[in-house]
Design a protein around this ligand. Structure first.
Ligand code: C2E
Ligand code: CA
Ligand code: CA
Ligand code: CA
Length: 278
């Protein structure tokens, strides 16, 4: 009825209003958080499942909100991207990772590469490779200790410019991985053109891989293709023994997922994955 229609509209309107209000406060808090560096980096291991060795780690941001507690990136990265705040956030993370690598080096701990997520906004901005070089120089770090993860949509536009950026990164020794591989729009052509170092197969393909035959065949095809192109393959979101076994059968043994370890604080990461080397 008309009556109901109007009520529905009002409820919708009210929830929209509340939502935009929440976003308003979140953005305000996020701006403050950036000034006060209210963030922490969690590290998640990538393990060579054949040797059990931690070969690298992905740095994942968390926000320590003074009132709301720990906020996961899914709840603020989209807003950060919309408002451009992703740029200072990314800057914070890259610096944080470099500081950590230097701290390990000073403590005599053998380094492993740490991988950071780069928003397409930043990646497509002028001077990305140059800024990264300056950062590495500042910390006197070799490029091989820093890896970057970009999504397919970062390299679908402005081919000439991307090619140059990727060449510059290659020169620095910074490895480039395609994140969430298989979920974006892609003709796989670019993998060859752009000389990508590796792909990360998205968790959505890995989930229930032994029971869902469609996911299994897509994953197998992606692994084969990557191997053919001599790219590294990391399977992401591996949680179960079954999933791991399937991947090992396909010769994919670089694994990131809860099965080997959830993202954790750097202290925990050191204790569990760096000092436990055997
Ligand atoms: P992502 O880059 O695809 O990161 C992997 C996400 O999957 C992480 O979620 C990780 O905790 C989760 N994950 C890993 N293994 C498993 C598993 O076995 N099972 C399940 N259920 N999940 C698993 P997280 O940390 O919440 O990050 C979400 C997304 O936020 C990231 O997805 C990335 O797109 C973005 N993000 C995180 N940190 C940063 C950052 O510093 N910069 C930018 N630009 N984006 C970031
Ligand atoms: Ca990632
Ligand atoms: Ca991913
Ligand atoms: Ca993702």
């Amino acid at each position: 009825s008309k009556e109901l229609g109007r009520n529905t509209y009002q409820i919708y309107d009210e929830s929209m209003r509340r939502k935009s209000e929440q976003l308003f406060f979140l953005e305000r808090d996020l701006r403050k958080a950036i000034l006060k560096s209210e963030f922490i980096a969690h590290f998640q291991p990538r393990v060579n499942a054949l040797t059990g060795e931690t070969i690298s780690a992905e740095a994942l941001i968390r926000w320590e909100h003074p009132v709301m507690g720990l906020i996961s990136p899914g709840d603020f990265i989209p807003l950060a991207e919309e408002t451009g705040l992703i740029i200072p956030l990314g800057k914070w993370m890259k610096r944080k990772v470099c500081e950590q690598l230097v701290a390990w080096r000073k403590a005599g701990i053998p380094l492993i590469p740490i991988s950071v997520n780069i928003s397409s906004q930043r990646f497509l901005q002028k001077g990305f490779a140059k800024d990264l070089q300056n950062l590495l120089d500042e910390f006197q770090l070799e490029g091989k200790w820093l890896e970057i993860e970009i999504t397919e949509n970062s390299i679908m536009k402005n081919e000439e410019y991307i090619l140059q950026t990727l060449r510059d990164l290659k020169e620095l020794g910074v490895k480039i991985y395609i994140d969430d591989f298989g979920t974006g729009y892609s003709s796989f052509n670019y993998l060859k053109t752009f000389n990508i170092d590796g792909i990360k197969i998205d968790r959505s393909f890995i989930q229930n891989i032994s029971s869902k035959s469609e996911n299994a065949s897509i994953t197998t095809a992606m692994i084969k293709m990557a191997q053919h192109l001599k790219m590294d393959v990391i399977a992401e979101g591996v949680e179960t023994k079954e999933e791991l076994m399937y991947l090992l059968e396909q010769n994919c043994y670089h694994i990131q997922g809860y099965y080997f370890g959830k993202p954790c604080s750097i202290e925990e990461f050191e204790a569990q994955f760096l000092f436990q080397k055997s």
